[in-house]
Structures are given as structure tokens and as C-alpha cells.
Design a protein around this ligand. Sequence first.
Ligand SMILES: [Zn+2]
Length: 316
Amino acid sequence: MSQSRRDAIDNDIRIEKYKRKYLKELRGGCFKIRHSENILKCPFCPDSRDYCYDDLLRHANRIGRQSKGATFIERAKHMGLVEYLEKDFDTKVKLKSFDSPSESLLDTTQKQNANEDVYIWPWMAVVANIHVEYKNGMYVGDSGSKLKEDWTGKGYKPEKVHTMWNYKGHSGLSVVVFGSTWDGLCRVLMFMKDFEVKKHGREDWFSREINGNDDKLYAWIATDKDYNYIGLVGKYLKKNGDLKTVAGFQKEEQVKNSKLFMGLKAMIDEKDKRSDEINAEINKTDMELKMKQKKQMSLIWVHDQYHRPFLSHEES
Ligand SMILES: [Zn+2]
């Protein structure tokens, strides 16, 4: 390995160490990011301008990743901020402005009463705390196919597992897709229960000790809360799912089934009609054949009558 490559790796390891330090401080609430309901500021830039979430994330990414003018420490701070914004921000700050859109985003016919849970359809689960390691400047961890295999082995049969990546690699988060049928809903609920009984569900994840040493997975069924949260998971769910209540889904299935039933009925009616037409056709041909036979018989009879005297004369 060349000296410059070795230096780059050393540099990466050092910056990663500092990044973790700042991330820990951000998680511990040492820095103020939210200045009003909708105004965020970069805690590491003096005289930061006002940002919305996406802009602040872009700013942190830009300085953390490539800014030539930034010092080593400035880059480490902003890299910590990226990770905090993507993975923890919503856990530490109650985002009123992001809680309310769930009401307006949701089709009112879907939400039948306020207590009804709203899930993501196709049914999905969110998994957090997937073990990642820092190697050669990137975070690496279990792939989606490896995780899918593990959970298939346990009987949950997920259709797909999408691990969430950012520019630093594996984020330790994934979304597990269980399909769009009743069977899929059943499997995602079983999957969720398995984590809930081990006290590793959604609430446990968001109330965990941030710097604890728990290396076990956390998982929960994806709901409107995840959909409306910012960050990697929210972005994925918005792009790939719809909000649905179980009652809403049931209604849709009934409509679909009745459409299917009507379609089948129409098909049977059409078959009956065709069969009547064929029968009529057969009867007509039958009749024509009989008429033909009758005509032939009468011709034979006429022929016989015509020749009979002649024959009798010969016989005598
Ligand atoms: Zn900044």
C-alpha cells in the first residue's frame, strides 16, 4: 500500500473518532439546532443562517464530505451533524410541524377514527441498530439479502429487505417489505410482536440510552409516524408506500372482490348466452337436415310411384 493511501486511511480513522465525539455531544443535547418551530441553524457555524431540515442536511453533507476550505475538525463536526440529523434528530426533538402533515396527507376516508393505527402499504417494518463496522473509510454491515435470509429462516418470509445507505455507507437502518396481502400483514405483525416482547420495539428504540452498549436489533411495523419523519426511512417510505388503515384495506379488498365477482358473473352470463346461440344453431341445422331427409324421402316415394305400374306390368 502506498504511503499516501496509508495516510488517507489514518486520516479517515482520526476524523471518524472526532465525528463520534461530536455525535455523542449532539445526542446529549449539548448543541442547539432548532431555534423555532421551523427554523434550524447549524450549531457548528458561527452566525449560521436559517435552514429548513433538508437545507441543513445538505450544508452538513457538503462541509463534512468535501469542503476544501474546512478544517479537519470542522469536517468531523459536520459529519457528526449529518448522522445526527439522519438518525436521531426526530428522536430528540418533537417535530410539531412534521406531526401535523400526517393528518392532511392521509385520505380522510382512510382514517375512520382517531384511534385507528395507520400503516404503510405494502406492509413494511423498520429495523434499527444493525451492526456496522468502519472499514476503509466506509461503514459496512449486513446486506439486505443476508438479513432477508435470516428472517426467512425464522418463518417471517419478507419479500425484500432494503438497507439504508448514506454517503458514509451502511446506516444501520433497514426497511423490510412484507407484501400487500392479508398474509403479508399477518407476517409483519408477527415480526413486530417478536421484537416488542423483547422490549426492542419502536418506543424502546426512541427511549433507549443513546450511548448504551445494546447491540440487539430493534424493529417495528412502519406507520404514519415513520412516513412523516424526516431522514432516510421517511424518504424511502414516502417513495415506496401509501398510508392505509386495516379497515381501509379491508374495504378496498371487498370492493376488489365484488368487482371480481361481477366480472366472473358477466363472464358466466356471456358463456350462457354463447351456449344458447350454439344450441339454437344446432337446432336449426338439425331442422334443416330433417327437412332435407323428408324431401329426399318424398322424392324417392314419387320415383317409386312413377315406376310401380311399369313394374307390375313386367311382373304379370
Ligand atoms: Zn455548519
